[in-house]
Design a protein around this ligand. Structure first.
Ligand SMILES: *Cc1c(COP(=O)(O)O)cnc(C)c1O
Length: 249
């Protein structure tokens, strides 16, 4: 790791935090309401550590394999770890080995049910977000918005799982207003679910917004923005590799 690479990450981080701060001020939100989550797919443990040692806390991977590969190198540096990829049921047992704080991508009852059973077996609990497909694209995972309330109610019955909010990827587009509609839909769903006061469901978090559109997400109420490229630079794999696993089985 050379000095230039280190300063690059630190400068990018500073710039990203400034963007979050500016977006909060522009919408009269308190910057402490919005957390930066570092999306670390393809980023080496060594480079992730630079951000953690600079005071960042929240990181997330898309693949269980990558969590595993970086786990030993990161375990002694304090952080909070989320999962933001598509979770296959046959990976549940494995993911529970790596101190994940929150699975942001619970999008179907069968997954929640198997997760609950495994958590019971291991006498553990897990925070989750419900992932919603707000863009209507078939390539994106997430529950259909019209089924989201029912899914939340069903998952709420599993006492090993704590629902803390909603997550979406949204439309990957340069057209801000189309992206905004996705984020707005997620917030509306959050408010709708919150009003139902479902026991055991805490609808505080809205995980939405990425490098290109975090300002829009913050304007629409994001409490977590997930940023990779803006801090660590461009990745060599296209995101479809992570967001549409079915074509890369
Ligand atoms: C990679 C990724 C991000 C971050 O995307 P960038 O455009 O690199 O900021 C956010 N959310 C998910 C689910 C991701 O896979």
């Amino acid at each position: 790791m050379n000095v230039l690479q280190t300063t690059g990450i630190l400068q990018n981080l500073q710039h990203t935090l400034q963007r979050i701060d500016n977006a909060c001020r522009a919408t009269n939100r308190n910057p402490s309401e919005v957390r930066l989550l570092l999306a670390t797919k393809t980023v080496s443990a060594e480079r992730i550590k630079i951000a953690l040692e600079a005071g960042q806390i929240l990181i997330a991977e898309n693949k269980v394999q990558e969590i595993k590969e970086k786990y030993d190198e990161l375990k002694n540096t304090p952080h909070e770890s989320h999962f933001i990829g598509h979770l296959q049921t046959n990976k549940i047992k494995e993911i529970l080995r790596y101190d994940i704080h929150c699975i942001e991508t619970v999008d179907r009852l069968s997954l929640a049910e198997k997760l609950h059973h495994r958590l019971s077996f291991e006498n553990k609990k897990m925070d989750v977000f419900i992932q919603v497909n707000t863009s209507g694209e078939e390539s994106k995972f997430g529950v259909d918005p019209k089924d989201a309330v029912d899914l939340v109610k069903a998952v709420a019955q599993f006492d090993r799982i704590h629902i803390k909010g909603l997550m979406t990827i949204g439309l990957f587009s340069a057209e801000t207003e189309k992206v905004r509609n996705c984020y707005r839909l997620l917030r509306q769903l959050r408010d709708e679910i919150k009003a139902l006061n479902i026991p055991g469901v805490d609808m505080k978090e809205l995980s939405m917004g990425m490098s290109g559109d975090l300002e829009t997400a913050i304007e629409e109420g994001a409490t977590i923005v997930r940023v990779g490229t803006a801090v660590f630079g461009k990745r060599i794999y296209p995101d479809s590799y992570y967001w549409n696993e079915s074509s890369h089985a």
